[in-house]
Design a protein around this ligand. Structure first.
Ligand code: 5GP
Length: 217
């Protein structure tokens, strides 16, 4: 047990915003930040490691965990189940005194907002909606119909921005990573002057207004 209780940071984004890359780089660069390892029913992708990227479980096992109250939040996404266990947060936050980064979708983020008042919420945005569409098309793997579905989903996901504390735009990857790390560092230090400065740049109100303004011009 350490003296310090870490802070959970929830990072969500519309599909296609580059959330995973931003999270991976932030985790590499901040030694006091741990990744929250979720449970999922989906199959591992090439290169993914069980217990590191996810706890890959069967649908029956996932149901059992839901029924036993193991999850602080869980949601269905793309016909698969995803959830953050209490244990995934307890070990880094309480045992290691580290902060923890949750890379989750917006329904789960809303549940975290209800259940974890100590959590901070960062929403990652694409530079604009045209760029999001271009990025989704560039994956080259999806059919036209799947792209349309993802765009509609991204539109819905965007509505969740209203309950997030911070907004970071992923136009230049390095800048987005620095933004996320600056927010985490200011919240960790809890120094009012730095927090004020960070809120001026990344606070949801000003940052989202700037993003909308840039899209309109
Ligand atoms: P993927 O299958 O591409 O790894 O993840 C699909 C979506 O599920 C992504 O938006 C990812 O952030 C989200 N996700 C991953 N883990 C969790 C979790 O524990 N809870 C929730 N609610 N969403 C998650």
């Amino acid at each position: 047990m350490t003296e310090r209780m870490g802070i959970p940071f929830v990072l969500a984004a519309p599909s296609g915003t580059g959330k995973t890359t931003v999270c991976q780089l932030a985790l590499q660069r901040d030694p006091l930040l741990d990744f929250s390892i979720s449970h999922t029913t989906r199959s591992p992708r090439k290169g993914e490691v069980d217990q590191e990227d996810y706890h890959f479980v069967s649908a029956a096992e996932f149901r059992r965990l839901v029924e036993s109250g193991a999850f602080v939040e869980h949601a269905e996404y793309n016909a698969e189940n995803y959830g953050t266990s209490y244990e995934a947060l307890r070990v880094p936050l309480e045992q290691r005194g580290h902060d923890v980064l949750l890379e989750i979708e917006v329904q789960g983020a809303a549940q975290m907002r209800e259940r974890r008042p100590d959590a901070r919420f960062i929403f990652l945005l694409p530079p604009n909606m045209e760029e999001l569409e271009r990025r989704l098309r560039c994956r080259g793997t999806d059919t036209e119909e799947a792209i349309d579905r993802r765009l509609a989903m991204a539109d819905r996901e965007l509505e969740a921005v209203r309950f997030f504390d911070y907004v970071v735009v992923n136009e230049v990857l390095e800048e987005a990573v620095s933004g996320v790390l600056a927010i985490i560092s200011a919240e960790r230090d809890a120094d009012e002057a730095s927090l004020e400065k960070i809120r001026g740049v990344y606070g949801r109100g000003p940052a989202f207004a700037r993003w909308q303004g840039a899209m309109g011009s």
